[in-house]
Design a protein around this ligand. Structure first.
Ligand code: ATP
Ligand code: MG
Length: 181
């Protein structure tokens, strides 16, 4: 048996939601991609609201066969972002997600921070559900980000709420390269 390619792809096709205020949503999704790639699956992450291409995970993905990261959306650190531009870019990312999900070319599709886009009302949960409904069979999906709407949690098969117990940010330690980004 080929250990690397021993996955039963017909077992795939569920929807995960990683939400909540504690650290670990994006990194849990990346960990899943790491595992999937090891088993010969093809994975992709679309990053909503992350325009930079220098995040640690983006640099690492370039070294992996079978995993890619596409970054879209606006940087909310800059304050001159207009809402209409934000809404337009979120929809551009959703269109891209829709193409990817319906293509059947990927076994694992991660929509990173899409929950945030919905909680900011840049995207409606109904339009996201519509895109998910049209995914190719056997495509496993992960939606990450704080503030997942109830409709999305109801739709999902798996929901994890990261509980914030402590974060060093709260005692003044800013985001660290290689740990937070
Ligand atoms: P990670 O990417 O480390 O898994 P995350 O996806 O759960 O974190 P986000 O809500 O996307 O977290 O937060 C964006 C950034 O803020 C990340 O750099 C993350 O590490 C950091 N962060 C996460 N939780 C907290 C928190 N409770 N307080 C401050 N910063 C946080
Ligand atoms: Mg995140």
């Amino acid at each position: 048996m080929d250990v690397k390619n021993c996955c039963r792809k017909d077992e795939l096709g569920l929807v995960h939601v990683y939400t909540g205020n504690g650290k670990g949503k994006t990194t849990a999704a990346l960990g899943l991609a790491f595992r999937a790639v090891g088993c010969g699956l093809k994975a992709i992450m679309i990053q909503f609201l992350k325009p930079s291409e220098e995040y640690g995970e983006q640099l690492a993905a370039k070294r992996f066969e079978g995993f890619e990261i596409v970054s879209m959306g606006l940087d909310h650190m800059c304050s001159d972002v207009t809402r209409s531009e934000d809404v337009r870019l979120a929809h551009e990312a959703l269109d891209r997600l829709s193409e990817i999900l319906s293509s059947g070319k990927y076994d694992l599709v991660i929509a990173d921070e899409i929950n945030v886009a919905m909680s900011w009302e840049l995207l409606g949960p109904e339009e996201v559900i519509d895109v998910l409904d049209r995914r190719a069979p056997f495509t496993e999906v992960v939606l990450t980000g704080r503030g997942a709407p109830e409709k999305i949690e109801d739709y999902a098969d798996l929901v994890t709420d990261m509980l914030l117990v402590k974060h060093p940010f709260d005692r003044g330690i800013p985001a660290r390269r290689g740990v937070e980004f």
